[in-house]
Ligand binder design. Structure first.
Ligand SMILES: NC(=O)c1ccc[n+]([C@@H]2O[C@H](COP(=O)([O-])OP(=O)(O)OC[C@H]3O[C@@H](n4cnc5c(N)ncnc54)[C@H](O)[C@@H]3O)[C@@H](O)[C@H]2O)c1
Length: 338
């Protein structure tokens, strides 16, 4: 039996919705991957990806796809609250996992995933892909080199348009905190490089909509290092806002400060139809490989799997974010008087 690693990571995608489509497209172009299957409980969606991208096999359940037994890794792109079962099933079938954010919406689910990763000996990465945005990587480098001195305050705002929320079938079961705040908090925690020790959150709830998630959340996060952080997330930007996201970061250190605007990535395109460039805009690098922050995050995963490295953020990073967001949600509801 050869112990050689596979030449390409054989990948299956669980969930053929908005993100599933992007993964099928991205891994279909990854020279380190072979996209072999896609599954969705709604088989019509999976078949749609098969015909659009020529995916070899389609299944209507994760179990059916995993039982086929020829996958090295699985992408889990199911709704926020439905990550636990497919992730654990994939690990138990001997697959590495690339899991969409957040790792889970329940710390118990997160802990079960951490245990399953350990038992399986496989690798799990949470796709907090913003860690691969060039501007954010540069800020991380400035901090790690000590060029900003000691980091005193970090501000992260990630807002999206309400049209995006309206298109999300399960929005009532998520919130700006989980859907967007998870990204913002992961960026803050990664930049600061310290564990979260304390959180406080408040939000705006639409009057009269009992039980509905907040429209907007603002929170204060303190790290063990003493760094304070403000995290804001809203999914209520008006449709006329000229970008898909309003994503800004500021870092104040004892020796320097930085401001980052990730909203447009410095590129504006104009045509008959508005062309949004705030999301990834992949371009071919000199090798002909697709490049762009989100694609790079995906390709970093397959690179780690093939080279035997452990990708980050891993399941423990994911659990730290889930635990902090859960505490923020408690604080939010206290503030509402619930
Ligand atoms: N990284 C980003 O910037 C980003 C952006 C949007 C969404 N997301 C995340 O991606 C995930 C998916 O979001 P989406 O917008 O693609 O949702 P979606 O609703 O468009 O797609 C989810 C799909 O999963 C399927 N599904 C549900 N349970 C399943 C199961 N057990 N087995 C197989 N299929 C199942 C549904 O039928 C649906 O087709 C979420 O966790 C979300 O937070 C990330």
């Amino acid at each position: 039996v050869s112990a050689d690693p596979p030449a390409r990571v054989r990948i299956g995608v669980i969930g053929a919705g908005t993100m599933g489509r992007l993964y099928v497209d991205a891994f279909g172009q990854d020279r380190l991957a072979e996209l072999v299957a896609v599954c969705d409980l709604d088989e019509v969606r999976a078949r749609g990806l098969q015909s659009d991208f020529g995916v070899p096999s389609v299944f209507s359940s994760p179990e059916a796809m995993l039982d086929q037994g020829d996958l090295d890794a699985v992408v889990v792109a199911t709704p926020d609250f439905l990550h636990r079962e497919p992730v654990i099933a994939a690990l138990e079938h001997g697959c590495h996992v690339l899991c969409e954010k957040p790792l889970s919406m329940d710390p118990d689910d997160g802990r079960a995933i951490v245990d399953a990763v350990e038992k399986s000996g496989k690798k799990l990465m949470v796709n907090f892909g913003n860690r691969h945005r060039p501007q954010i990587r540069r800020v991380k480098q400035l901090i790690d080199r000590g060029q900003l001195g000691s980091v005193q305050h970090v501000y992260v705002r990630l807002n999206e348009k309400r049209t995006k929320r309206a298109a999300l079938a399960w929005a009532a079961r998520s919130s700006p905190l989980w859907f967007l705040g998870s990204h913002a908090l992961d960026v803050a925690r990664w930049l600061v490089g310290s564990e979260i020790s304390d959180v406080y959150a408040r939000g705006y709830f639409e009057p009269g909509l009992k039980g509905a998630p907040p429209e907007t959340v603002t929170s204060t996060v303190t790290f063990e290092s003493g760094t304070c952080c403000t995290v804001e997330a809203s999914w209520n930007l008006p449709p006329a806002f000229p970008r898909d996201v309003d994503f800004e970061i500021e870092v104040l250190g004892s020796e320097g400060a930085v401001k980052v605007d990730c909203s447009s990535q410095g590129l504006m395109t104009f045509a008959e139809r508005a062309m949004d460039e705030s999301w990834d805009w992949p371009y071919a690098d000199f090798r002909g490989d697709e490049t762009g922050w989100w694609h790079t995050s995906c390709y970093y995963f397959t690179d780690c799997i093939l080279s035997g490295r452990s990708p980050t953020p891993d399941e423990k990073d994911g659990l730290a974010i889930t635990e902090a967001l859960t505490a923020m949600e408690v604080s939010l509801m206290e503030g509402r008087g619930a």
